[in-house]
Design a binder for this molecule. Structure first.
Ligand SMILES: Cc1cc2nc3c(=O)[nH]c(=O)nc-3n(C[C@H](O)[C@H](O)[C@H](O)COP(=O)(O)O)c2cc1C
Length: 185
């Protein structure tokens, strides 16, 4: 499975990187960090991402590489997730602006009617952003912000992050046991 992962400059870049890290080996990650994502990561975490980006089958792109394979519908990408998705990228996606590799890949996946999951991160959301999300939802994009549930009885931040990533994996049809599912009473 070819999975495109766009990481933009919203809070929680670390969570996007953790998603990449937890991907099973049969998934081929195509990873793009926006310039703002790199700046945000420095502020929030200052994490060395080489352990993740050196993964054996990972392809890493710069956000200005608009000549890349994934910028074309002829490349058979199966699904795309943008996480975290900034309000800036959200607004570009809804209007069809494709001036970066992340937004171009999004436009391509949309026109090809392929699976897209977007995780907009902001608190609270402006009416503009809520309208943008509603429009994208009507176009078939799954809007899945990084919101935790408590029914898995998570005790640690690690477990809460795994819960959110497990829900994203579910949406992308990636088998996982990252969180305890609700099995009823
Ligand atoms: C530390 C930090 C945290 C940020 N958090 C958010 C956020 O949660 N949501 C958001 O929409 N923008 C956030 N921003 C602002 C975006 O980075 C900014 O709008 C940027 O232009 C987004 O560019 P991009 O969409 O190309 O990544 C944050 C910026 C910094 C430096």
């Amino acid at each position: 499975m070819n999975l495109i992962i766009g990481i933009t400059g919203a809070s929680g870049v670390k969570l996007g990187l953790k998603l990449v890290d937890l991907l099973p080996s049969h998934i081929k990650p195509h990873l793009i960090l926006s310039n703002s994502a790199k700046i945000t990561l420095q502020y929030e975490d200052n994490q060395d991402i080489s352990a993740i980006t050196n993964k054996k089958n990972l392809v890493l792109y710069d956000d200005d590489q608009i000549w890349s394979d994934i910028a074309s519908g002829s490349y058979k990408a199966d699904a795309m997730i943008i996480t975290p998705c900034s309000m800036n990228t959200l607004a570009k996606c809804v209007t069809g602006i494709s001036d970066t590799l992340i937004t171009r890949a999004f436009s391509v996946m949309l026109k090809e009617r392929r699976k897209i999951v977007l995780s907009p991160r902001e608190m609270p959301y402006s009416t503009i952003s809520l309208e943008n999300m509603a429009k994208l939802s009507m176009y078939g994009v799954v809007i899945a912000p990084p919101v935790i549930g408590y029914y898995s009885k998570q005790q640690t931040l690690e477990e809460m992050e795994n819960f959110i990533i497990g829900k994203w994996f579910d949406l992308l049809d990636i088998e996982n046991n990252l969180y305890k599912r609700w099995i009823g009473k």
